[in-house]
Ligand binder design. Structure first.
Ligand SMILES: Cc1cc2nc3c(=O)[nH]c(=O)nc-3n(C[C@H](O)[C@H](O)[C@H](O)COP(=O)(O)OP(=O)(O)OC[C@H]3O[C@@H](n4cnc5c(N)ncnc54)[C@H](O)[C@@H]3O)c2cc1C
Length: 451
């Protein structure tokens, strides 16, 4: 019997951050970790719903919302080791622990997601080439299995279960708590260097030549640029600023409170078109490219989009698709050039086109990053988009690449299988702990995972 506050509710039109696809589900929202259990016939855990597609929904099943399980359980200010419930948001970790001199070891481009969601997607950040994925900094987790049993695992304790769950998209069980190593910082600020790149060769050079390296690196690309300017953009490198590098009267570990502005309405579908994106790209390139070296706070550096609440409404009611691939080093330059040529020739506009170099593959069985180049694009939903993306998928597969499950909303089973060679190993662990397939999601059904 579920406690009263955990009662099942019907939710209609639930999806991911891309607002495509959406579906109707039953949902429970436990208040206490002890109330956490698999419910209904089949279910899927959900954090703050920042995966873009259908990873955290299950048509005809139950979604287990974990956002109320947001308690800090233990923190050692000497070592930076944090034990917390899985529903704690990155926002709360930063709010309480940056002032004590500790930062997240790996962070995605939003702080509006949960520790459990970050472990389940094994997220990467701008420092992947140096620090790997999120799970590399996790000492252990507690997992609620399909039969309701609670087990602990870590890199040295039931490692198969741990590495199937890191990047396993909620399909091995519900992470109820985790123990994480934070990273020490002297300030809440970043030393940033922006370098303009006129073309793709130079962008590749900036991303890969050790001479330009920093802890955090990424390049924004103007994906509408063509011909000799194909792949032009701005290379952005950052380090945590030392105390001596920020001249402030206030405590350098504390940021002033900021107001988040809401995006007021759904823009009509025609508002985002190649012309508006071209104009945006010109202004962005001029503004960001001119900046050179500067200091800015971690919020502006890592989470510029979090400053506008509900920015996904900019893409209108039809939503948008995030398309993120990684290509292994051998075919990374050639494949990325082909994809950018296809994009600019088709005039498929993406405001956010971010190119990044990944370091070596980690041990997570379904973990996305592998050594090479990754490109992330936001493309508004439009007629013909699905056919266009299927052609891009072929280019990705031809170069030995894969698509990111946390961003995906449309990949077909053959593309998934080709990109994730450890799938059988993952399915063996999953069927040992969940023989009846109690944990499931629309994503897993669509890509034919373990079927
Ligand atoms: C603006 C923006 C920028 C982003 N930038 C990046 C980036 O730079 N790098 C990157 O890697 N990702 C990035 N992402 C994706 C995001 O970090 C991941 O999708 C992350 O999983 C979201 O966490 P969440 O708590 O919202 O999880 P949800 O979206 O709710 O769920 C994601 C997956 O985790 C599972 N899950 C959630 N909680 C649990 C739990 N307690 N136990 C087991 N499974 C669970 C769900 O079943 C689902 O499969 C970005 C997303 C946005 C919106």
């Amino acid at each position: 019997m579920l406690p009263e506050k955990t009662a099942v509710k019907s939710l209609s039109g639930l999806g991911g951050w891309g607002r495509f696809p959406v579906t109707d589900v039953e949902a429970v929202r436990p208040e206490k970790a002890r109330d956490l259990s698999p419910v209904g016939g089949q279910c899927i855990p959900r954090g703050l719903g920042r995966a873009y597609g259908d990873a955290a929904v299950l048509t005809g099943g139950t979604v287990v919302m974990t956002e109320r399980l947001n308690r800090f359980l233990e923190f050692d200010p000497q070592t930076g080791v944090l034990r917390a419930e899985a529903g704690v948001s990155l926002r709360d970790v930063l709010r309480y622990l940056v002032p004590q001199g500790w930062f997240l070891p790996v962070t995605p481009g939003t702080k509006n997601c949960t520790l459990g969601g970050c472990f389940a997607a094994d997220v990467h950040g701008k420092n992947h080439h140096r620090d790997g994925t999120f799970s590399r900094h996790v000492y252990g987790i507690e997992l609620v299995l399909a039969n309701g049993e609670r087990v602990r695992c870590g890199p040295d304790d039931r490692p198969d279960l741990f590495w199937a769950t890191a990047g396993g998209m909620g399909l091995t069980g519900i992470v109820s708590e985790l123990t994480l190593q934070l990273t020490p910082v002297e300030s809440a600020y970043m030393m940033v260097r922006h370098t303009r790149s006129p073309d793709l060769d130079r962008t590749f050079e900036l991303l890969t030549d050790p001479k330009y390296d920093a802890r955090y690196t990424v390049a924004w690309i103007d994906c509408l640029a063509k011909g000799p300017r194909l792949g032009r953009g701005v290379f952005m490198a950052g380090e945590h600023a030392k105390k001596s590098e920020v001249s402030l009267r206030n405590d350098p570990l504390v940021l002033p409170e900021k107001r988040v502005k809401p995006f007021p309405f759904d823009l009509p579908g025609w508002a985002l078109n190649p012309l508006t994106v071209k104009t945006f790209n010109r202004v962005y390139d001029a503004f960001q490219g001119r900046k050179g070296e500067f200091v800015c706070d971690y919020d502006k550096y890592f989470y510029p989009l979090d400053g506008i609440e509900g920015w996904n409404r900019m893409y209108g009611k039809r939503g948008f698709v995030q398309y993120q691939y990684v290509l292994p080093t051998a075919g990374a330059f050639e494949g990325t050039r082909t994809i950018l040529e296809e994009l600019s020739a088709a005039g498929r506009a993406s405001f956010l086109a971010v190119l990044k170099r990944f370091g070596p593959q980690g041990p997570g069985m379904l973990s996305f990053p592998t050594e090479g180049l990754t490109l992330a694009l936001d493309i508004p939903m439009a007629d013909g988009l699905m056919n266009f993306l299927e052609r891009m998928d072929q280019t990705v597969s031809k170069h030995g690449g894969r698509l990111y499950l946390a961003k995906d909303s449309r990949m077909k089973p053959d593309v998934f299988r080709a990109g994730y060679p450890r799938i059988d190993e993952f399915c063996a662990v999953r069927s040992a702990v969940d023989p009846g397939g109690r944990f499931d999601s629309d994503l897993a059904r669509r890509i034919g995972l373990c079927r």
